[in-house]
Design a protein around this ligand. Structure first.
Ligand code: DX5
Ligand code: ZN
Length: 221
C-alpha cells in the first residue's frame, strides 16, 4: 500500500482568491491539488482549464497538480495541461475513443496517467490497460458537482480494484473522489483507497488544517 495522500478539490474553493486558497490548504497539510476540469458536454457543468493550472504554477505552487478531466474529447487538451504543469492527468474511458492511446499520450507528455471509473462503470474497464496506469480514480458520486453524498457501492468496488492492483504487483494509486469526509474516510481507507479527494469537506470548513489532520488521523487509526 502506498502513502496516504489528501487531495483537496479546488472546485469548492473560493475562485476569487484561488492562489491564496491553494497556499492555505497546502500549508494545512494537504498533499496534492485536485483540479476538476468540466466542459458542459461530458458533464453538465463548466469549470477551469489549462490557463488556471499554469496560473497556479506561476503563483509558486510546487505540489503535485492532479488534473481530473471531465471533458470530451480528451486527447486534444492533454498537451495543453502537460505544458501548464499538470503532474497527473486522469480521464474517463467513456470520453475517449481509444483509451490505451490516450494513456500513452499522457505519458508521452511526461505526466502520470489515471483512468476514472464512474459509479456505474464496470471494473472491467481496467482490463488490458491497468498495468499501463499510474492511478485508478474511482468516482463515489456522479461527476459534475461537488457536495454530493458518497455512493455506498463504491466501497465494494474499491475492494475489487484494490485486489486487482495488488495482483498486478505494480505501484498504482487508488484514488476516491466524491463525498469523502472525516467521518467516512476510515472505512473508505479500509476498503483500499490510498488517495482521497475532498472538496466540500475541506473548503466548507473554517480551519483547513483541522479537517486535513482529522482525515489523516482517521486513515492512520
Ligand atoms: C465531482 C468532482 C469532485 C468533487 C468532489 O465531479 O470530480 O472532485 O469536487 O467534491 P466533494 O468532496 O464535495 O464531493
Ligand atoms: Zn474530481
Amino acid at each position: 500500500m502506498q502513502s496516504t495522500v489528501i487531495a483537496p478539490s479546488i472546485l469548492s474553493a473560493n475562485f476569487a482568491k484561488l492562489g491564496e486558497e491553494v497556499d492555505n490548504v497546502l500549508r494545512a497539510g494537504a498533499d496534492w491539488v485536485h483540479f476538476d476540469v468540466m466542459d458542459n458536454h461530458y458533464v453538465p457543468n463548466l469549470t477551469i482549464g489549462p490557463l488556471v493550472c499554469e496560473a497556479l504554477r506561476n503563483h509558486g505552487v510546487t505540489a503535485p497538480i492532479d488534473v481530473h478531466l471531465m471533458v470530451e474529447p480528451v486527447d486534444r487538451i492533454v498537451p495543453d495541461f502537460a505544458k501548464a504543469g499538470a503532474t497527473m492527468i486522469s480521464f474517463h474511458p467513456e470520453a475517449s475513443r481509444h483509451v490505451h492511446r490516450t494513456v500513452q499520450l499522457i505519458k508521452s507528455h511526461g505526466c502520470q496517467a489515471g483512468l476514472v471509473l464512474n459509479p456505474a462503470t464496470p471494473v472491467e474497464a481496467l482490463d488490458y490497460v491497468l498495468e499501463e496506469l499510474d492511478m485508478v480514480l474511482l468516482m463515489s458520486v456522479n461527476p459534475g458537482f461537488g457536495g454530493q453524498a458518497f455512493i455506498a457501492s463504491a466501497l465494494d468496488k474499491l475492494r475489487v480494484v484494490r485486489e486487482r492492483i495488488d495482483n498486478s504487483g505494480r505501484k498504482i494509486r487508488l484514488e476516491i473522489d466524491g463525498g469523502v469526509k472525516p467521518d467516512n474516510i476510515a472505512e473508505i481507507a479500509a476498503a483500499g483507497a490510498d488517495t482521497f479527494v475532498a472538496g466540500s469537506a475541506i473548503f466548507g470548513q473554517p480551519d483547513y488544517a483541522d479537517v486535513v489532520k482529522r482525515m489523516k488521523d482517521a486513515v492512520a487509526a
